[in-house]
Design a protein around this ligand. Sequence first.
Ligand code: BG6
Ligand code: MG
Length: 216
Amino acid sequence: KKTGFIFDLDGVIVDTAKYHYLAWRKLANALGFEFTQEQNEQFKGVSRKRCLEILLDIGGIHASQEQFNNWLIEKNEDYLSLIEKMDESEILPDVQKVLTLLKKHNMPIALGSASKNARPILEKVKLMDYFDVIVDGTHVTKAKPDPEVFLIAAEQLGVRPEDCVVFEDAVAGIEAANNAGMLSIGIGEAKVLSKAKFVFANFTEIDVKFINRLMK
Ligand code: BG6
Ligand code: MG
């Protein structure tokens, strides 16, 4: 019986939140309103569609279904052009160190992301080979804080949910991990991720001893 390690992508493995923010801000500005970094916090871990709903709420804009869908496409095209040149240099500090350690011990590793762009991003930063299982926004019907994404990951890893550990940077993601009955580890600010079992500012703060204790 082994521990399953599940990683969120955006904000845990790579800092794509800044690109999502720029793309959403561009759309907001085009529609005539401001969108701040602070407001962007609530977009973390949240599906593209839900993000647009929140954005239009902020701007007080009502859209037809067709307009809504066009803006979704427009935002994603802008986002894709922003991440086009992404490479290994954008992997967050010590992520590879932790993945390599887990691989060395033959631990099952999964990605559990809300993003529909997860695979191309992992390919760009050349981390595909570390993951036994990838569950992303193309597979999931219920968004975080629903535990679906992590439960599917556990099932595909062949590990019981209670034997899984989740690394997450989003409030909704920590809640999803907790709802799945998994051990939640927040990557970010303790005051934001107060529902996480443990919180670290980033992977450089996590030592080998801590990871060893998680491994079964
Ligand atoms: C999550 C991000 O990982 O993916 C969210 O934290 C984003 O900000 C969501 O909205 C969906 O991503 P994408 O790439 O499918 O638009
Ligand atoms: Mg995230």
